[in-house]
Design a protein around this ligand. Sequence first.
Ligand SMILES: Cc1cc2nc3c(=O)[nH]c(=O)nc-3n(C[C@H](O)[C@H](O)[C@H](O)COP(=O)(O)OP(=O)(O)OC[C@H]3O[C@@H](n4cnc5c(N)ncnc54)[C@H](O)[C@@H]3O)c2cc1C
Ligand SMILES: *[C@@H]1O[C@H](CO)[C@@H](O)[C@H](O)[C@H]1NC(C)=O
Ligand SMILES: *[C@@H]1O[C@H](CO)[C@@H](O)[C@H](O)[C@H]1NC(C)=O
Length: 453
Amino acid sequence: MALTRPLDVIIVGAGFGGLTAAIECKLRGMNVTLVETYPTSLNYGDIIDFFPNGGRIIENWENGQVGRDLMKICINQGDQFQYFKADGTKIYTEDWILEPHHYWKQYAGHRGQMHKVVLDYAEKVGVNMQFGHRVTQYHDGDKPSVTTAEGKVFAGDVVVAADGPRSIARQQVLGLPDTKVNSGYAIFRAYFTLTEEHAKHPLLKEFCDQTVDKTLLWTTKDLHMIIYTWNKGKDLGWVLTHKDTEDIGESWSFPGRKQDVLDCLAQGKFEKRLVEVVNATPEKNIVDYKLVWRDPLETWLSPSAHTVLIGDAAHCHLPTSAQGGSQAMEDGVALAVALDRSQGDVALGLRVFERIRFNRSHVTHMASIAVRDGYHNVDWDGDFIRENPHILALPRPEWVIEYDIEKESEKYFERLAADVRNGRKGTIQELALPAGGDYEPKTLKRKGPRSKF
Ligand SMILES: Cc1cc2nc3c(=O)[nH]c(=O)nc-3n(C[C@H](O)[C@H](O)[C@H](O)COP(=O)(O)OP(=O)(O)OC[C@H]3O[C@@H](n4cnc5c(N)ncnc54)[C@H](O)[C@@H]3O)c2cc1C
Ligand SMILES: *[C@@H]1O[C@H](CO)[C@@H](O)[C@H](O)[C@H]1NC(C)=O
Ligand SMILES: *[C@@H]1O[C@H](CO)[C@@H](O)[C@H](O)[C@H]1NC(C)=O
């Protein structure tokens, strides 16, 4: 029984997951309302990466125009990703862009600025934006709805909770206890503008290079730091991941203290360049960002299968996966395809969506831990790292980054829908599409901690 009117889609949360779902549903003719707590475009965050599996989604929008706008503010003259020991010894380099056809599919830049470009596009295609409204209650059922703090109600045919790592939908929709736990690590992160003064500083001038954008990573026991520069030597972002076992209460992003960062650098015996970068950072720009870990869920669907969790709400990736943003965007596309193809049968659409996305996002989600542990537990004295420095490389396996979520969703929709209709038995692990690969470094024998997955 096909709907004769557009499907009413209510999405909570305008992060990259919610925005992508909104755009993709709207492009397929649905009536989309996006409810977001923040009043305006989010000028928050520092640097975020989208690798080709996420970037290809952007590249599809408006004949590539959104990607062109985005690239102006992103790393657009990236050369190599360089890996160092804490003391500055270079261990490994790889190309920033692995294949020429990745150029318009790989975006990294300031999260707030990038968010604005995507948000503008969502507005342009006609997504109904309801900003400045915090959802406090989800109501499941055949006509699901949400209520905001001011008592406003948004009802639709389907509710999509794209409300991020602190998702209240996990408790209200899935009935789970609030299990957010500290992953054992936090990130000091900052973003600032480089000046002519910096360009004269002997240890900082390399970051002001107008002709190459830098991506550099240093690693040592329990610590790693990444520096990015872009915008013709004007913008610099850095993140320093460190151990932190403090209890995560309601708030998990705090102002960072410069002295604490410097203490971490001293503890890891990091080279002077990094100390100078931190010294040059305005203290007010430093954030101490606790990394929340949440175990993978068994389902992302409400009992009626009319409400669904997507993005970090469903699978809270750690930054070391380098896939949090891209996986959230893949969710948005798969969801839109499945809702479109199910022609008004929302429960069918959401069940297929979950089977398309479950295994793949699970594997990248879990990889974030293995990758981080790999960075932090390098045995610099053994032969292994000397012979296999590429285990430090960013996790970009082909099966992850060459994936075309739209194509795969279209390809498998009918088969998975038939499974749902026929009541095929099994756990979600058995019913979901296989991810297509793992993070096992293929050319290596099982040795280092990276081979855990
Ligand atoms: C402010 C901010 C800064 C970030 N900075 C970085 C960064 O610098 N680097 C990086 O790699 N990743 C960053 N991230 C995380 C990254 O964007 C996500 O991991 C990834 O893009 C997945 O996105 P998501 O849409 O699933 O969730 P999120 O990006 O977390 O988006 C969730 C959205 O839901 C909204 N929301 C939550 N609860 C409610 C509610 N009850 N009612 C209405 N709206 C609600 C939030 O305000 C937010 O906009 C940041 C996230 C946020 C929210
Ligand atoms: C779109 O959805 C909104 C919010 O649910 C609703 O108020 C509006 O009537 C819908 N518009 C159409 C054209 O269906
Ligand atoms: C994902 O699929 C692979 C291959 O089918 C399987 O080995 C693995 O257990 C699955 N993982 C989950 C979490 O479903």
